[in-house]
Write a protein that binds this ligand. Structure first.
Ligand code: ZN
Length: 283
């Protein structure tokens, strides 16, 4: 299948604007095609360029933050998931503002625009991470297992306090499945958390329009799927896996994992393809 074997970039430049979910600050991104082998590069304020790869992750507390030389961009995971899962290997993303715009809290707008404009095959073989033995990552009750496979497949078990509960999602990751089953799943949180986050100066841009908020009895607004939460966890995982920097040809089994464990795993997995790269410290 050609689309799996060759690198690709965007057919057209794309523009998105909105606010950052944590800061509430206006932000926009301009994404343009890039040459084969260049990967995804973020261009931040004053021209700092940061490669979208695991060694540049500076923070994983509420979102995945990339940074270099003091410049950072927050909440890259939904845009990265869309570029990665829709098959875009190479692109340059110029960011204005401290965060990627939250849009509707999901990767829907990103994935739909990429699908509409289309991707361009670049006649250079797609680099892959092919493993021959299982890799295990664990932190407390969070587990990530990465197994050899012929395609990328994700099985995610999420387990949250009521009213969310336990949810499971299992799919081979293709552009079609991402676009139709994963991209639209929104960021979520609990009503009691939202107030606490705001007091810490976070979630300033969070509204009922860009996040699913769960009260004691259930979501305050209708869900897009009954298991929207675990689908969003898969979305976040794909965004973080993209920071390996090549196509991970593996089966990933995730139990209650989040950005922090994903970052530990992607850094280890990235060493398999780029052993000498130094990593920045994660806060
Ligand atoms: Zn997310």
């Amino acid at each position: 299948m050609k689309s799996l074997q060759y690198q690709a970039t965007l057919r057209d430049a794309l523009h998105f604007e909105g606010v950052g979910v944590h800061t509430g600050a206006p932000s926009s991104v301009d994404i343009v095609p890039a040459s084969p082998g260049s990967g995804i590069t973020f261009v931040l304020s004053e021209g700092t360029r940061v490669q979208a790869s695991a060694e540049f992750v500076t923070e994983t507390a509420r979102a995945t933050v990339l940074g270099r030389d003091g410049a950072t961009v927050s909440t890259v995971e939904h845009l990265m998931a869309a570029l990665f899962a829709m098959g875009v290997d190479n692109a340059t993303v110029t960011v204005s503002g401290p965060e990627i715009p939250v849009m509707d809290g999901s990767a829907k707008a990103f994935a739909e625009k990429i699908a509409q404009s289309g991707v361009l095959s670049q006649n250079e073989i797609r680099n892959r991470l092919v493993i021959t033995s299982p890799h295990f990552f664990r932190e407390d009750d969070r587990v990530l297992v990465v197994l050899p496979a012929s395609r990328l497949r994700v099985r995610f078990l999420a387990d949250f306090a009521p009213p969310i509960g336990t949810q499971f999602f299992d799919a081979e990751i293709t552009p079609e499945i991402f676009l139709n089953e994963i991209a639209g799943a929104r960021t979520f949180g609990y009503l009691h958390e939202v107030e606490a986050l705001r007091k810490r100066g976070l979630a300033q841009g969070g509204t009922l329009e860009n996040a699913v908020v769960f009260g004691p009895d259930g979501p305050l607004k209708p869900l897009r799927w009954p298991d929207e939460v675990v689908r969003h966890k898969v979305l976040d995982l794909l965004g973080d896996l993209s920071l390996i920097g090549v196509y991970p040809q593996c089966e990933v089994i995730a139990i209650k994992s989040g950005h922090r464990l994903h970052c530990i795993a992607t850094r280890e997995l990235r060493k398999l393809i780029a052993p000498a790269l130094p990593s920045v410290k994660v806060r």
